[in-house]
Design a protein around this ligand. Structure first.
Ligand SMILES: Nc1ncnc2c1ncn2[C@@H]1O[C@H](COP(=O)(O)OP(=O)(O)OP(=O)(O)O)[C@@H](O)[C@H]1O
Length: 228
């Protein structure tokens, strides 16, 4: 069980997360959705100890969550200049004994001996993903992992997430498009006004679009009609 209790974060006095609570099952895949600026990355940054919250606690399987429990794929990764993909991977511990880099080089079509500065956005994303997968962690946090990936890599990532779940990992993923979340998640949680306001289980996935957009569609259509 991953329990997040009364989590609050502000930037320059402006609250972003406010007394946020979320309890989710370990060993499952959880989608996090919310509008731009809702606080998804901030929430992930707190889980990964990149941002310190003003208040709150995070308990994983009965103990405070440690940053070493988490493998974190950030929205935008930092890469040192003049490194090849392989040199970048060597920075990270290889604690996942099952991880087969040669197989992944082929699967993801990644040329690890080229300088990272020659990589496309999607190639950089794949490289950061490999750095994460080579580590044996109980919790995987993926912030917009599908951004920048081609259709085939999107499908590959969906399959990777499913395999992580089968290995008993707890996975949290954010995305701006629902489709990949519907394929990978056991639950989807909606972040709004600094809190989680709604959770959708798999049985509700076929209706999630209608539920999320019912009000928005009406408001937006009338606004757009006036504006265009
Ligand atoms: N380091 C920071 N300093 C100041 N404000 C910040 C900082 N990080 C985030 N914010 C603000 O916190 C709010 C939430 O940002 P966050 O990036 O967490 O949202 P998000 O839901 O991930 O957005 P998006 O969907 O656009 O990626 C935004 O208003 C953002 O401007």
């Amino acid at each position: 069980m991953l329990e997040i209790k009364k989590l609050s974060v502000s930037f320059a006095g402006r609250p972003v997360l406010q007394d946020l609570d979320l309890t989710v099952a370990a060993g499952k895949v959880h989608g996090i959705i919310g509008l731009n600026g809702a606080g998804k990355s901030t929430f992930f940054n707190v889980l990964s100890s990149v941002v310190k919250p003003e208040n709150g606690e995070i308990i994983f399987n009965g103990k405070p969550l440690k940053y070493t429990d988490i493998a974190y794929l950030e929205t935008t990764n930092f890469f040192y200049p003049n490194l090849t993909g392989r040199e970048y991977l060597n920075i990270f511990p290889k604690t996942n004994k099952d991880f087969d880099l040669i197989a992944f080089e082929q699967i993801l079509q990644l040329q690890l001996d080229l300088l990272i500065e020659t990589y496309s956005t999607g190639m950089k994303k794949k490289l950061a993903l490999l750095a994460m997968l080579q580590q044996n962690k109980p919790v995987f946090v993926l912030d917009e992992p599908f951004n920048g990936l081609d259709l085939e890599s999107n499908r590959t990532l969906e399959m990777i997430v499913e395999l992580l779940r089968q290995k008993g990992k707890t996975v949290l993923i954010s995305a701006h498009i629902l489709e990949p979340l519907l394929h990978t998640c056991n639950q989807i949680h909606l972040l709004q006004n600094g809190r989680f306001v709604q959770t959708f289980g798999e049985a509700e996935f076929p209706f999630i679009r209608e539920k999320l957009f019912a009000q928005l569609n009406q408001d937006l259509q009338s606004q757009l009609k006036k504006a265009l």
